[in-house]
Design a protein around this ligand. Structure first.
Ligand SMILES: Cc1ncc(COP(=O)(O)O)c(C=O)c1O
Ligand SMILES: N[C@@H](CCCC[NH3+])C(=O)O
Length: 420
C-alpha cells in the first residue's frame, strides 16, 4: 500500500501513526501521503517523457483539487486540466502557470470562457461548434486569439462503469465523429481562434488499454483527414482515464504499458501530445480514516457502523465502487460484516457481506484508494460536517483542508424577515 504500511501493528501514513491524526483532527478525515503523490507523479511523467517527445501533462484537478496537492504537482512540472472556473482559480492559486492549463468541460459558461481568455490559459477543449463560435467572438472582442482543440466523441466503449464512460455516441461529451472534420474546417477559419488539434477522453477507471488504443487510432485517422483538407494540426489531447487497482489482486496497465501503447499509435503524428491523468496520480495516495461508531447484529451479518458516510466518500453509493477496508490496529481476527455509514438511506453502504478485520466500537479503520474522487465529491448531506484533509510528509503532517462544521454552514444561511 505504498507509503501506508504497518509499523509495530499500527497503520502509518509514511512515519505518522494514523491514531495520532485521528486524535488531533477527529474522524472522518482524508489522509494523503506526499511521498506517494510525488512518486506517482514522477513515474507517470517519466514513462511518458521517455517514450514520447515533450508531452504536456495536465493533472485532472477534479480528481483531487486540494491546494496542497496541486502545489506539489505544480512543483513536479504538471499543468492542470480544469472543468470549471473554480478549478481554474485553484490551479492558478497553486502556482500552475496559465499556459499549462487546459480547460475541458461540456458546459463552460460565458463568464468562465472570459476568465480563461483573460488569464491566458494554454488551451480550450471545445465540446461543440456553438462553444467554438462563442469563444472566437469573445476572443476577437478582446483582441486575443484562443488556443483550442476540438473534442471528438469516437463512439468507443471504454469498458468501464456506465456512469463514468464518456466516449459512446449517446454520451454528452465531444462532437460526433462523423461531423468533426467538417466542423473543424468551419471553426478553423474563425478569427480569434487558433484551432490546433483534437481531443478525446472516453472514460475513467479503464482497466484495459485496448479501448483507448481504438479511440486514439480513430482520432489519428481524423487528424490525417483534417490535414489532407489543408489544416495544420500541432496538438492532440489524449485525455486521462488510466485506472488503478482498488483490490489487491486487480491487474491494471502500468504507466509504461500506457506510454508504449501511445508511442505505437501516435508515432507518425508529429504533434505535441497532451494528457489529462487524474486517478492514476492521486488515487492510491490517500485513505479515508474513520472510526467505528458501533457494531450491531444483523440478520445475515453484523453491521459495522462507521462515522464516515456516503457524503464523505460517494463512490460506493454512486458506482458500487469497492474500497478496501482495513483496521488501523488489526487484532488478527477476521469476520464477515456489512460496512455502513450513519446516513438515512440504504445507499449509505460501503460494503455488504465483506470479509474484514474484526472491529469494535471505537476502533479506527481506513478506506483505501480514496485519494481520487474522494474529498472532492464530499458534501454535507444530513447536515454533516464537510470532511477535513491532512497531508503527511515523513514524520510531519498538516491539515490541508479544515473540517467545516454544521454550525458554520448553518451560520451562512438566512431566514428572510417575511418568515419571522
Ligand atoms: C476530460 C477529462 N479529462 C481527464 C479526466 C481524468 O480522468 P482520470 O481521473 O480517470 O484519469 C476526466 C475524467 O474522467 C475527464 O472527463
Ligand atoms: N467520479 C468518478 C470519476 C469521474 C471522472 C470524471 N470525468 C469516480 O469516482 O470514479
Amino acid at each position: 500500500m505504498d507509503h501506508f504500511a504497518f509499523t509495530d501493528g499500527v497503520l502509518h501514513a509514511e512515519q505518522v501513526p494514523l491514531p495520532a491524526i485521528a486524535e488531533a483532527v477527529g474522524t472522518p478525515v482524508y489522509v494523503y501521503s506526499r511521498a506517494t503523490l510525488t512518486r506517482h507523479a514522477r513515474v507517470f511523467r517519466d514513462a511518458l517523457t521517455s517514450a514520447l517527445d515533450k508531452p504536456h501533462i495536465a493533472f485532472a484537478v477534479k480528481s483531487n483539487p486540494n491546494l496542497a496537492v496541486l502545489k506539489l504537482l505544480a512543483k513536479e512540472g504538471y499543468g492542470a486540466d480544469v472543468v470549471s472556473g473554480g478549478e481554474m482559480e485553484r490551479a492558478l492559486a497553486a502556482g500552475i502557470p496559465a499556459e499549462g492549463i487546459v480547460f475541458s468541460g461540456v458546459g463552460k459558461t460565458t463568464a468562465e470562457l472570459v476568465r480563461g481568455l483573460e488569464a491566458g490559459i494554454g488551451q480550450f477543449n471545445l465540446e461543440s461548434e456553438e462553444e467554438g463560435i462563442e469563444l472566437a467572438a469573445l476572443a476577437t472582442a478582446r483582441g486575443l486569439t484562443a488556443p483550442a482543440v476540438l473534442r471528438v466523441n469516437p463512439d468507443v466503449d471504454a469498458g468501464t462503469h456506465g456512469k463514468i464512460s464518456t466516449g459512446k455516441a449517446e454520451n454528452k461529451f465531444g462532437v460526433p465523429y462523423d461531423r468533426a472534420a467538417a466542423m473543424f474546417g468551419r471553426l478553423a477559419v474563425l478569427p480569434g481562434l487558433n484551432l490546433r488539434g483534437l481531443a478525446v477522453h472516453i472514460g475513467s477507471q479503464l482497466s484495459k488499454l485496448d479501448p483507448m488504443e481504438a479511440a486514439f487510432a480513430r482520432l489519428g485517422d481524423l487528424m490525417h483527414t483534417i490535414r489532407a483538407a489543408g489544416h495544420e494540426v500541432s496538438h492532440m489531447d489524449l485525455g486521462g482515464g488510466v485506472g488503478v487497482p482498488y483490490k489487491a489482486d486487480d491487474v491494471f496497465p502500468s504507466p509504461e504499458d500506457y506510454a508504449t501503447m501511445v508511442a505505437r499509435v501516435t508515432g507518425n503524428w508529429g504533434v505535441t501530445l497532451m494528457f489529462e491523468p487524474g486517478r492514476i496520480i492521486s488515487g492510491n495516495s490517500g485513505v479515508l480514516l474513520t472510526q467505528v461508531v458501533r457494531v450491531k447484529p444483523g440478520v445475515t451479518s453484523p453491521f459495522v457502523i462507521v462515522d464516515a458516510a456516503m457524503n464523505d466518500l460517494a463512490r460506493p453509493a454512486l458506482y458500487d465502487a469497492w474500497h478496501d477496508f482495513l483496521a488501523v490496529t488489526p487484532s488478527g481476527e477476521r469476520t464477515t460484516a456489512h460496512i455502513v455509514g450513519p446516513i438515512c438511506e440504504s445507499s449509505d453502504t460501503f460494503a455488504m457481506g465483506r470479509d474484514i478485520d474484526t472491529v469494535q466500537a471505537g476502533d479506527l479503520a481506513v478506506f483505501r484508494t480514496a485519494g481520487a474522487y474522494g474529498a472532492t465529491m464530499a458534501n454535507t448531506y444530513n447536515s454533516r460536517a464537510l470532511v477535513p484533509e491532512v497531508m503527511v510528509d515523513g514524520d510531519k503532517w498538516a491539515v490541508v483542508a479544515q473540517r467545516i462544521d454544521p454550525a458554520a454552514i448553518l451560520a451562512a444561511e438566512r431566514v428572510p424577515d417575511w418568515l419571522e
